[in-house]
Ligand binder design. Structure first.
Ligand code: ATP
Ligand code: MG
Length: 733
């Protein structure tokens, strides 16, 4: 390991090296995007273990998103090799879940508590609203949830809105429901450890003794609770090593306080501060754009990124007539670059402000059979079938988990309707027990009407037997057993073939997820697995073919990097988002978000916007984002000097911005479609040619003229489903 460490250290620049080897005590690395903050952070962990011989288990590394945590783990593995004693690296939320699992009993939280996700929380809130006869149009569960979340994070509501009072009144009810179900929500995960530390200093001491060093990535996005947690655990030695960039703070709306970055030096006066300015990720032309964008923000500490990689492609700015063209042009460019420049699919990322923009890109990508993944989009664990099976697993682990019971006892359908549920709730209230306890105990059930008893008895029996069986099983076996015995597998097998196929594939995917976990951590229990399920939301973690184009929101892209980045939908109302245009602070946060997107690019950057787009069902004229005006004209290609109100693209400019010949092909097809020219009809047995997949034979077709899809068996590649409208196909015979 010594040799590896030397090798690693010699790959750093002097500032990075100084930060990695900083003396003990509080350290702040404040630096711009792509300057090696994450590299320094993971390098620090490596250095502590390899040079100072710190026990790897005494080093805690935390960040924000699951994707970023994965990146941390993979870098740590890269430096230190595959070994079981790597420092623990994960998100704040998953760290807190572990902390509570280990020590939560100190504040009366049972080991097997459940974690309620956003959907569970909203369900509880909508029940509370119904109990108080407050209509959805008056106060929606989603709005109530965000207010309650703010309150739980130590914030306060303005009180100007009379409904704010309501939220304050309902908060204790909500907390009581969670307590009864032995459940915590995402905010509790961060809040309860602090409460625990306050009331049980002995537990804090144990945790402090366990971790000698605390390292925090993306520090600019920590909220008050996270910051406090990190500080308390790192005390009394204050071996707190944080890295961040005030220009990349994008979670103000969730209570992040980027001023933490400045407060750190006030709170920990002994802090040593390091700055890094050399960027290693992007070429100078990309940095030029990034610097232009962020320079327009006022509330920041000035820093200008530079790189040794002065040469590079100029950023392309592209205006398209309609949103659908945007998707075609981008995908056309992806094809072109892949073919001519040797990129793989995974080298491309499409970044947008709101999730809804992914649909158009997905359609075109599907049509051309390009592998892609939507990160943080359709959440795997939010799928119905996955929630169903997870509900059973949750019931097995925590018999008080009310939301899980409600779901499990009614899927597959067993004739348990609202009437039974009401009776059950009444009985639960009368006996002061949770509905799960009432169901499971024959004595308690006997207080219910006969019909209800008859319906619930088999459920009770099923869960009791499963509990006994799975107690002796490993994780994977347990999941499989529950899938079979619950009747869920059979239930979904009987659905219509299309639906059934997908749902069963997803259920199988969950078993795979469990298998992966069991392989990595043989000691993983069902409740460990469930905690992860509640906190990890992307299926792509379990994806076997990682060579895919990545689609994600700009928020989700933080900390990641891609050779080619397309930032799309750069239009007013989308960016800055219409809900975030009220104050200068909001606009500045949106600008930082754009800066995050731009600085993900390593080699090529494309900025696109559409003149027209469907917004909530109506076709609207869009204005280019105001942020584009901050970019100096000489830093982009295809830029016609923007007027104040709109960007004009002349014939000549249009020529200039044409990316390459091929990109006009889909547009030509589009034109033919719009002018009523019919598409070539395909018959089964036709031989076709595709620029990517080569020559193939049509084996099946479906859909009408406008959405005709054909299945083509390509030589040496296999069968692909293609949308005729989009796929660049040529008929050969
Ligand atoms: P962000 O602000 O986006 O999170 P960051 O500051 O964390 O960025 P890193 O992700 O650590 O930056 O580094 C950006 C890229 O530069 C990575 O690919 C990293 O491996 C590379 N890099 C960092 N430092 C060096 C170096 N000294 N020599 C070569 N490559 C480096
Ligand atoms: Mg980083």
């Amino acid at each position: 390991m010594q040799h590896r460490l030397q090798q690693f250290l010699s790959s750093l620049n002097p500032e990075q090296k100084a930060a990695v080897g900083a003396p003990e005590g509080p350290v702040l690395v404040l630096a711009g995007a792509g300057s090696g903050k994450t590299r320094v952070l993971t390098g620090r962990a490596f250095y502590l273990v390899a040079h100072h011989r710190v026990n790897p288990h005494a080093v805690l590394v935390v960040t924000f998103t699951n994707k970023a945590a994965e990146e941390l783990r993979s870098r740590l593995r890269g430096y230190m090799g595959e070994r079981s004693d790597l420092p623990w690296a994960g998100t704040f939320h998953s760290f807190c879940a572990r902390l509570l699992r280990l020590h939560g009993e100190a504040i009366g939280l049972p080991r097997e508590f459940s974690i309620y996700d956003t959907a569970d929380t909203e369900q509880v809130l909508s029940e509370i609203l119904a109990e108080h006869r407050i209509g959805r149009d008056e106060l929606s569960p989603a709005a109530l949830r965000s207010w309650i979340s703010l309150l739980k994070n130590g914030g306060s509501l303005s009180g100007r809105n009379p409904l704010h009072r309501r939220a304050e009144e309902l908060l204790p009810r909500y907390d009581e429901r969670l307590r009864r179900a032995q459940a915590v929500d995402f905010d509790d995960l961060l809040r309860l450890p602090l409460e625990m530390f306050r009331s049980r200093p002995d537990v804090l001491e144990i945790v402090q003794r366990r971790f000698d060093h605390v390292l925090v990535d993306e520090f600019q996005d920590t909220n008050a609770h996270q910051y406090e947690l990190a500080k308390q655990i790192a005390a009394p030695q204050n071996n707190l090593f944080v890295v961040g960039d005030d220009d990349q703070s994008i979670y103000g709306w969730r209570g992040a306080q980027y001023r933490n970055v400045y407060d750190f030096q006030r709170d920990l006066p002994a802090a040593q501060v390091y700055r890094l300015e050399q960027n290693y990720r992007s070429t100078q032309p990309i940095l030029d754009v990034a610097n232009d964008v962020i320079a327009a923000n006022r509330d920041r500490q000035e820093k200008r990124l530079w790189t040794e990689r002065v040469a590079g492609e100029k950023t392309v700015l592209r205006q398209v007539p309609r949103a659908v063209d945007e998707a075609h042009e981008v995908v056309g460019e992806i094809h072109h670059l892949r073919r001519t420049k040797g990129y793989g699919w995974k080298d491309f990322a499409v970044l947008y402000r709101v999730n809804a923009l992914s649909r158009q890109f997905e359609e075109v990508l599907i049509g051309q059979a390009i592998p892609y993944t939507v990160i943080g989009g359709t959440r795997f664990y939010e799928r119905k079938e996955i929630k169903d099976i997870v509900a059973y697993l949750r019931v097995l682990v925590n018999a008080d988990d009310e939301q899980a019971w409600r779901r499990a006892m009614r899927t597959p359908p067993r004739g348990i309707g609202d009437v039974t549920l009401k009776q059950l709730e009444q009985e639960a209230r009368r006996t002061g027990r949770s509905i799960g306890r009432v169901i499971l105990s024959e004595a308690d059930r006997s207080g219910l009407p006969k019909a209800a008893q008859n319906k619930l008895a088999p459920v009770a029996e099923l869960v009791t037997t499963l509990k006994a069986r799975t107690a002796k099983m490993g994780l994977v076996e347990s999941v499989e057993a529950v899938l079979e015995a619950s009747g869920l597998m059979a239930h979904y097998e009987q659905r219509d073939p299309d639906e059934s196929e997908e749902r069963i594939a997803n259920l199988a995917q969950l078993v795979e997820a469990a298998r992966d976990r069991a392989r990595e951590h043989p000691e993983f229990s069902l409740s460990d697995f469930l905690a992860e399920v509640a906190l990890v939301s992307d299926i792509d973690e379990y994806d076997e073919t990682p060579d895919r184009v990545a689609l994600m929101t700009m928020h989700a892209s933080k900390g990641l990097e891609f050779p080619v980045v397309f930032a799309v939908g750069l239009e007013e109302k989308l960016l800055p988002h219409q809900r975030s245009q009220g104050t200068l602070a909001e606009i500045e946060e949106e600008r930082r978000l754009f800066y995050v997107a731009v600085t993900r690019a390593m080699q090529r950057l494309y900025l696109t916007y559409s003149q027209m787009r469907y917004v909530n069902g109506t076709l609207e004229f869009q204005e280019p984002s105001r942020f584009l005006r901050d970019i100096s004209p000489e830093h982009v290609r295809g830029w016609s000097l923007p007027g104040r109100a709109s960007v004009r693209v002349t014939e000549e400019d249009d020529d200039l911005v044409a990316w390459h010949e091929e990109s006009s092909a889909p547009r030509e097809k589009q034109r033919r479609l719009m002018t009523g020219q019919t598409l070539i009809p395909y018959r089964i047995g036709d031989v076709v040619q595709h620029p990517e997949f080569g020559v193939g034979v049509v084996t099946a077709k479906s859909g009408g003229l406008d959405d005709l899809k054909i299945r083509v068996a390509f030589e040496g590649i296999g069968s692909k489903l293609l949308a005729v409208k989009f796929a660049p196909l040529k008929k050969l015979q």
